[in-house]
Write a protein that binds this ligand. Structure first.
Ligand SMILES: *[C@@H]1O[C@H](CO)[C@@H](O)[C@H](O)[C@H]1NC(C)=O
Ligand SMILES: *[C@@H]1O[C@H](CO)[C@@H](O)[C@H](O)[C@H]1NC(C)=O
Ligand SMILES: *[C@@H]1O[C@H](CO)[C@@H](O)[C@H](O)[C@H]1NC(C)=O
Ligand SMILES: *[C@@H]1O[C@H](CO)[C@@H](O)[C@H](O)[C@H]1NC(C)=O
Ligand SMILES: *[C@@H]1O[C@H](CO)[C@@H](O)[C@H](O)[C@H]1NC(C)=O
Ligand SMILES: *[C@@H]1O[C@H](CO)[C@@H](O)[C@H](O)[C@H]1NC(C)=O
Ligand SMILES: *[C@@H]1O[C@H](CO)[C@@H](O)[C@H](O)[C@H]1NC(C)=O
Ligand SMILES: *[C@@H]1O[C@H](CO)[C@@H](O)[C@H](O)[C@H]1NC(C)=O
Ligand SMILES: *[C@@H]1O[C@H](CO)[C@@H](O)[C@H](O)[C@H]1NC(C)=O
Ligand SMILES: *[C@@H]1O[C@H](CO)[C@@H](O)[C@H](O)[C@H]1NC(C)=O
Length: 884
């Protein structure tokens, strides 16, 4: 006890001492009492919620803001060293959550020169005119703070930014740096922007600005850094006013909507070091800007529609670090001048992927000693890999996927690149052998994609020390081993072994991978035996696809523990089990495919009121289910009821690594459905032994696009409620025992493209009008009591009202093209760059790679803060897609 006390006293002494020391030695820094109080009040008006903020680093409130201490020494505070007024407040990423009110104490800190509130969450409160009180402000950063632009005070103003400029910014005569990135400023980029002539840095990325760039922007001649990235609606020709900004060093104009050619006068901007024009609609040749660009460090022209060759006159950019020309329509060969040391000694990253480049990779590539990233995927590059490539010891990312290389290479040759983090050789044309691996090879590798590389054996190789490996794609090879060596790869998150002839049992270790495994695709192999119980221990699992194998037995109940599971594809096995009602609690489950197994028995009543609420696709076809359909099941399938989802911004299922895909068999045709869009909803119960009536409650699944109840024993009438399924494009009811008439109301299903009620006991007049004008005899065959168009059997004198015929996809932004009644659909793309189709068959993928990438335009994501922003290149579409 005595010891504790003395310790306590000692602490007090030290505290006192430091206080006194503080007071005496730097009294000039001691902050003003009122400012100290103000700051504390400001802090108290927020809660701290790091998960609500969008921090690029671990946001943390390091709290040394304590009453009675010198506020000038607090975290994030700067004081003037003569007046001791608070002149700087830097609260970047401090997890602040709450509203900034008009009477906020913040606005009492009138001496502020530097204010940074970025990366907090101010709960969509408005930027207030009170910011105008900081008349000496030189630096204002409100980016990514969930603030929104001020409401227009004046109707003549054209938007929120205009109103902010007029109400506040034009009073801040000393403001040199302004960052409003990712703040909603919906409106035009106003002419009045030209008033902010003192600005050196202006960041307005992702602000929902639209219209053209006003010429007055050319007034901001002091600008060094201009960022307008991600304002998708800024359009038109590239603004020549930017040519006046002679001091510009960094220019971010990516992901706007510019068109035309890239202007030559950009060479006027001789100080430019960073030029980002990616994700626009620029066309024409790559401009000859290069030789004057002595300072350039980064040039990004990727994701445009540039054509023609990479000119061999690209020289004299000794400072260039990054050259991005990916995802254009550039053709010709890669000039070897590019690889001459004197020209590009600093080059760290080259992205030429997804173009139409041909010819070989030049052997002079050794001229780039600092090269770390080389993206050449999705071109038509042929020939062999020059041995010099293996001398680029600094290489970290290498993508040669989807090319026409022709060579057999020992995988271990790449092991010389000891810093390799990501290697993608999928579909490159290379054949890989994997004998004699160096035990220490690939020590640093995280991503290894070797799909379609003619690999016969990999098990020896997998014994090497790839301890960091997170993504392994060996799909579409000729592996026919057992895969126990996989158990060495403890860090695996994504494992794709689909389309091989792997045998034996599914390795039980898969479930034990540190709980990291999220994506497991073993479809189309020869695995047999039962599904290991341990699979369910991989509790992070999001996709489990073990379809098309020879698996038997029952489903491991441990799967009920995989609360992140979104896709469960068990199709085409020999699984013998009852309906897995115990999956009903999985909150994320979107797709269940049980197709073609030996599932049997009735579908039970749901145990819980909220069962399968998130389901988008359920395919139980080709099993032995019996009994009547409990209507309660449909009543809880909420996401199938939602037809109000925003159709203008189409989302795909899947995250991070790629998109979910499901492969199914249809009429002898194998189809891989990739990028299943979230608005695609389907129910397929066909080829079972269900009986009883079709429950009326099916009519509440308003968002359904495909409904298939054919080949069962359903009796009774076709429920009227089906006419509520207004999105329905395919309805299959054939080969049942349905009776009564076809409801006239079904003509209201204006998107119905496939309709089959053949082989039932239906009677009466076939409805006329709209889509019903387009169905043929085969839709009605085998119903002796039906009459009228299109059947030859006349109904006598009965007259029926005809409704006008509408084109099936009239006003539909998207549609599916069906080959039968499965939900297996083929994506059709229509129109100008807008994604209209939803699913894709693998045959299209191969041919139309270019089209694919255009349409799906794999988008780079922006995270973090400017200079630290990583424009992360997600492996482009081809490698994401798991096709045959
Ligand atoms: C105040 O601090 C700044 C930098 O922090 C320094 O440049 C300046 O000389 C200091 N002035 C006085 C009077 O100490
Ligand atoms: C603004 O700066 C000027 C000059 O440095 C100074 O005289 C004035 O007091 C400052 N105003 C405020 C409110 O701090
Ligand atoms: C700017 O705001 C003032 C009031 O602060 C208003 O009188 C003036 O009309 C506004 N200017 C424009 C161009 O709307
Ligand atoms: C551009 O600058 C000039 C002179 O500095 C000024 O008179 C003019 O109003 C500015 N234009 C705009 C649109 O702000
Ligand atoms: C670029 O510079 C040239 C001459 O140096 C000049 O004639 C031209 O007008 C400038 N272009 C722009 C857009 O500033
Ligand atoms: C490159 O494409 C253009 C059309 O954009 C074509 O005229 C030219 O012949 C192509 N060159 C090569 C080498 O394929
Ligand atoms: C690898 O890069 C470093 C700098 O990033 C450089 O010093 C080194 O020379 C490079 N290695 C080779 C072999 O050129
Ligand atoms: C590479 O392709 C070009 C044209 O596409 C062709 O002329 C050349 O012979 C090919 N080279 C090899 C090694 O296949
Ligand atoms: C995931 O793997 C990493 C090694 O890459 C490991 O450090 C981590 O603990 C694993 N996560 C879990 C939840 O086991
Ligand atoms: C689910 O996990 C818990 C704890 O991790 C475990 O006790 C339980 O047995 C698991 N359930 C199944 C069905 O495996």
């Amino acid at each position: 006890m005595g010891f504790l006390l003395s310790n306590y006293q000692l602490t007090i002494c030290i505290l006192l001492y430091s206080l006194i020391f503080c007071f005496s030695s730097s009294s000039a820094h001691l902050c003003h009492n009122d400012e100290s109080t103000t700051l504390l009040q400001f802090k108290q008006s927020f809660s701290f919620n790091c998960s609500a903020c969008n921090c690029y680093r671990n946001g943390l409130y390091t709290d040394n803001w304590k009453e009675g201490t010198d506020c000038c020494a607090w975290d994030g505070i700067t004081c003037d060293n003569t007046t001791a007024h608070v002149t700087g407040l830097d609260l970047n990423c401090k997890c602040l959550y709450g509203t900034i009110h008009p009477n906020s104490s913040l606005f009492n800190l009138v001496h502020l020169q530097h204010l940074d509130l970025s990366y907090n969450n101010f709960n969509h409160s408005q930027i207030l005119p009170s910011f105008g009180r900081f008349t000496n402000l030189t630096h204002l950063d409100l980016s990514v703070s969930y603030l929104s632009g001020p409401i227009q005070g004046n109707r003549e103003l054209t938007g929120k930014l205009a109103s902010f400029i007029n109400g506040t910014l034009r009073h801040l005569r000393h403001l040199g740096s302004l960052d409003l990135s990712e703040i909603d400023l919906t409106g035009e980029l106003p002419n009045s922007i030209g008033q902010l002539v003192y600005l050196e840095e202006l960041h307005l990325s992702d602000c929902n600005l639209f219209g053209t760039i006003p010429t007055s922007l050319g007034n901001l001649t002091r600008l060094i850094w201009l960022a307008l990235r991600g304002n998708k609606l800024i359009n038109g020709q590239f603004p020549s006013s930017i040519g006046h900004l002679k001091n510009l060093e960094r220019l971010h104009l990516g992901d706007c909507n510019f068109s035309g050619t890239i202007p030559r006068w950009l060479t006027n901007l001789t100080r430019l070091t960073l030029l980002d024009l990616s994700y626009n609609n620029f066309e024409g040749p790559i401009p000859q800007l290069f030789s004057n660009f002595l300072q350039r460090q980064s040039i990004d022209f990727s994701n445009n529609q540039l054509t023609g060759p990479i000119s061999s006159s690209i020289t004299g950019l000794p400072n260039l670090h990054y050259l991005g020309l990916g995802s254009n329509s550039i053709n010709g060969t890669i000039p070897s001048s590019l690889f001459h040391l004197a020209n590009f000694s600093q080059l760290r990253a080259i992205d030429f992927s997804n173009n139409q480049l041909t010819g070989p990779i030049s052997s002079s590539i050794t001229g780039l000693p600092n090269l770390q990233s080389l993206y050449l995927g999705s071109n038509s590059i042929n020939g062999t890999i020059p041995p010099s490539l293996f001398h680029l010891v600094n290489l970290t990312y290498l993508d040669l996927s989807s090319n026409n290389l022709s060579e057999t290479v020992e995988l271990d040759s790449f092991a010389k690149l000891e810093y390799l983090d990501s290697l993608d050789l999928s579909d490159s044309g290379l054949s890989l052998t994997t004998t004699n691996p160096t035990p220490s090879s690939f020590r640093n590798i995280r991503t290894l994609r070797l799909s379609s590389c003619n690999i016969n054996k990999i098990s020896e190789f997998l014994k090497t020390r790839m301890e960091l490996l997170e993504v392994l794609d060996l799909s579409n090879n000729h592996l026919n081993e057992e895969l126990n060596p996989l158990c060495n790869l403890h860090s695996l998150k994504t494992l794709d072994l689909s389309n091989n002839q792997l045998t034996g049992l599914i390795p039980t270790c898969l479930g034990n991978f540190n709980g990291n495994l999220t994506w497991l695709n073993l479809q189309r192999n020869n695995f047999h035996g039962s599904i290991p119980q341990t699979l369910g221990y991989a509790s992070m699992l999001q996709e489990l696809d073990i379809s098309h194998n020879g698996l038997q037995g029952v489903l491991p109940r441990s799967l009920a523990n995989c609360t992140n599971l979104e896709i469960l594809n068990l199709g085409h096995n020999f699984i013998e089990d009852a309906f897995p009602f115990w999956l009903e609690n999985l909150p994320q489950l979107k797709i269940i495919v049980l197709r073609d197994n030996k599932f049997h028995g009735p579908i039970e009543q749901p145990r819980k009121r909220l069962a399968f609420t998130n389901l988008h696709i359920i395919d139980m076809s080709h099993n032995e289910f019996t009994g009547t359909l409990p209507s309660e099941y449909f009543e809880s399938m909420h996401s199938m009821m939602m037809d109000y989802e925003d159709k203008s911004s189409l989302n795909y299922m899947g995250v991070g690594y790629g998109y979910y895909s499901v492969t199914i068999m249809n009429k002898g045709l194998e189809m891989t459905l990739v990028r299943i869009i979230t608005i695609f909803k389907a129910v397929d119960f066909s080829h079972n032994k269900f009986d009883g009536k079709i429950p009326i409650s099916i009519g509440i699944l308003k968002a359904l696009r495909v409904l298939n109840f054919s080949r069962n024993g359903f009796t009774g009438p076709i429920p009227l409620s089906l006419s509520n399924l207004t999105e329905l494009e395919s309805l299959g009811l054939s080969q049942n025992k349905l009776s009564g008439e076809i409801p006239q109301q079904l003509t209201s299903l204006t998107f119905l493209e496939v309709f089959d009620v053949s082989q039932n006991n239906l009677t009466g007049i076939i409805p006329r009008g709209r889509q019903f004008e387009t169905f043929s005899n085969t839709s009605y065959e085998g119903n002796l009591g039906l009459c009228g168009f299109p059947l030859s059997k006349n109904c006598g004198n009965v007259q029926i009202a005809e409704s006008p015929t509408l084109p099936s996809s009239f006003s539909h932004n998207f549609k599916f093209k069906f080959d039968g009644f499965g939900w297996e659909a083929v994506l059709m793309g229509y129109g100008c760059g807008v994604l209209l189709g939803l699913l894709i068959g693998n045959c299209i993928i191969r041919r139309k790679e270019e089209w694919l990438v255009r349409i799906f335009g794999v988008k780079m994501c922006q995270h973090g803060k400017r200079s630290k922003k990583v424009w992360k290149k997600i492996a482009h579409a081809k490698s994401i897609i798991n096709c045959l």
